[in-house]
Design a protein around this ligand. Structure first.
Ligand code: PMP
Length: 284
């Protein structure tokens, strides 16, 4: 089945979508992206993703290719044209095409690409069993709060995880976990406190993180925003990750050490249920 994708103003079959070889996204990873989940054909936390896109563009002095209203229209059109019920919509903005130069071009038009990916999100076998993670050094640049398309370090991390028989990797800097390769990282201490690293330039400000912490607070759960070590995570009662595509997913093994009972924990499972219930309700 060929998808209909969006590229610079046109809806075209995926095989016909074209971007210049001079596009700075291709030559210099000079681009930012967002992934918005779709449940029941509706967009989850669309406003949050648009707000973070605006922030990423602003931090890089990159021009915006379209207004939020126009971007919402494109998202909806892709859902309709691809009869997408559950999955995600990938959006990428780059600085556009210009002869190769380190300096930003003065005249380039930003490029805009969107495509859909159908995928079961709620009935996820991975979330049901929980994932195994390994720890790796965080080798990314220092502005991880900007959601850029330079994803080689996370790709290498996921390949290392697979080679080790694990599902994903948690990245460690100065002895402390920053985040997962494509998700935010959490532990639940033996006294039931949810611990996750505080927001800074060291991690991506997850849209799912914001929602899950809000729901946890509303459910009177205790939260501490601070970094933790791999050793503390291995001794914790539970561990889990959050992202737009995984929602809340339990972590049951860290570097070969079972977390808690080595099965998905009650806090992670409860937060996953709440997150899905609230997201379906609030999706637009
Ligand atoms: N951290 C990183 C490095 C990520 O790539 C992602 C996924 N975009 C996240 C955290 C989770 O962010 P969100 O909840 O907005 O998907």
């Amino acid at each position: 089945m060929s998808r209909i994708v969006y590229v610079n103003g046109d809806y075209v079959p995926e095989g016909e979508a074209v971007i210049s070889i001079f596009d700075r996204g291709f030559l210099m990873a000079d681009g930012v992206y967002e992934v918005t989940s779709v449940l029941d054909g509706k967009l989850v936390d669309f406003a949050g993703h648009m707000a973070r896109l605006r922030r990423s563009l602003g931090e890089l002095d990159m021009a915006s290719p379209a207004s939020d209203v126009e971007l919402e229209t494109i998202h909806r059109e892709l859902v309709t044209r691809n009869t997408l019920v559950e999955g995600g919509i990938y959006l990428q903005v780059t600085r556009g095409a210009a002869d190769r130069d380190f300096l930003y071009p003065e005249t380039a038009e930003p490029s805009l690409v969107l495509f859909t990916q159908a995928k079961p999100l709620v009935a996820s076998p991975v979330a049901a069993r929980g994932i195994k993670v390994i720890s790796i050094p965080d080798q990314r640049w220092a502005r991880r709060d900007i959601k850029t398309v330079q994803l080689l370090a996370p790709s290498m991390g996921k390949m290392a995880a697979r080679a080790a028989g694990a599902d994903d990797a948690w990245m460690v800097e100065e002895g402390l976990v920053t985040e997962g390769t494509s998700n935010n990282a959490y532990i639940v201490t033996t006294d039931g406190t949810i611990v996750t690293r505080e927001l800074s330039q060291s991690i991506l400000h997850g849209i799912t993180r914001a929602a899950v912490l809000r729901f946890a607070r509303e459910a009177q759960m205790k939260i501490e925003e601070r970094p933790f070590t791999i050793a503390e995570a291995q001794e914790a009662a539970e561990a889990f990750i959050t992202s737009a595509s995984m929602f809340v997913c339990p972590v049951v093994d860290i570097d070969g050490v079972a977390v808690g009972a080595g099965t998905p924990g009650p806090v992670a499972q409860r937060l996953r249920e709440i997150y899905i219930e609230e997201s379906v309700k609030a999706a637009v």
